[in-house]
Every structure is written in structure tokens, then in C-alpha cells.
Design a binder for this molecule. Structure first.
Ligand code: MG
Length: 162
């Protein structure tokens, strides 16, 4: 077996009116978007933190501080591509990623394949390596009350050089 590393990522953003809802790099039609410094793509943020965790490179707050105006409104997919570049630079490739979005609304299934394609493209891997699911919390907690969206991600990396 090769040199394998796992990483876990978790993120939450609150709903805010007057913002676009971007999940997995896809614009989703909804009555509210998510508050945040970037486009607030909570799913992509969780994936980035999972990769950075596996690389032992801290987290996205360290890499892309939200006090830095350079990241205001930036597409999180662009940031994910940079994290993917760092992964390659460190000698690793992404073997697999699985994720779960936690939210009451909207329904994710119509957008799932497009999200997988966009996340995979940003990381230069096949869409087959990216899993995206969604669950509700039976109306319990902040996600269940529709106050925000949570996302969890796990990744498996393999060292290919270095
Ligand atoms: Mg975030």
C-alpha cells in the first residue's frame, strides 16, 4: 500500500438575503444565499480544509485570511484550484473525496452532477472521485431551522513523489 493520508473538513455558513447561493461551484436558485467574505461556498470550503488537513498545512483561514481584501467575493473554486496546486506541489494526488451537505432547503439532487463536475475540474481529477450527498436534520438544529448550511468532507490522498 502506498503512502496514504486522510483529511476531514467541516464548515458552516449562515443564510443571508440578497446573496447568491453557491454550492459546489454551482449557482443555485433559492430565496437566500450564504453570508461570507468569499462566495461562501460552504461545500468547497469543507473540501479545501479536508485536503489541507491531509497535507498538514493548517486550514483555509490561515491560507486565505478573511481579513485580506484579495479574497472578498472570490470564487471558492479558484481557491480550491490553488489548494489542489499546493497538493500537487507537496507530491500528493487526490484518490477520493466524499462530502455531505446538511440543509433543509433547497433540494440538491438536481445540481449534484454539475457540482461534482466543477469540483473535480478545479482539482483536475475525474468526477468519479468526488462524492456529494445531502441530508436534512429532521428540522432539528440550525440547519433544520433553515438558518444556515453545514458541510462535511473527507479526502484520501496518496503520495506520488517527494
Ligand atoms: Mg467557510
Amino acid at each position: 500500500m502506498g503512502d496514504l493520508r486522510i483529511g476531514i473538513g467541516y464548515d458552516v455558513h449562515a443564510f443571508a438575503s440578497g446573496r447568491p447561493l453557491v454550492l459546489g461551484g454551482v449557482d443555485i436558485s433559492h430565496s437566500a444565499g450564504l453570508a461570507g467574505h468569499s462566495d461562501a461556498d460552504v461545500l468547497v470550503h469543507a473540501i479545501m480544509d479536508a485536503i489541507l488537513g491531509a497535507l498538514r498545512e493548517g486550514d483555509i483561514g490561515r491560507l486565505f485570511p478573511d481579513t485580506d481584501p484579495a479574497y472578498a467575493g472570490i470564487s471558492s473554486l479558484d481557491l480550491l484550484a490553488r489548494v489542489g496546486g499546493l497538493m500537487v506541489e507537496r507530491g500528493f494526488r487526490l484518490l477520493d473525496a466524499d462530502t455531505v451537505l446538511v440543509l433543509e432547503e433547497p433540494r440538491i439532487s438536481p445540481y449534484r452532477d454539475e457540482m461534482r463536475a466543477r469540483v473535480a475540474a478545479a482539482l483536475a481529477v475525474e468526477p468519479d472521485r468526488i462524492g456529494i450527498k445531502a441530508t436534512t436534520t429532521e428540522r432539528l438544529g440550525f440547519e433544520g431551522r433553515g438558518e444556515g448550511v453545514g458541510a462535511q468532507a473527507v479526502v484520501l490522498l496518496e503520495r506520488v513523489s517527494g
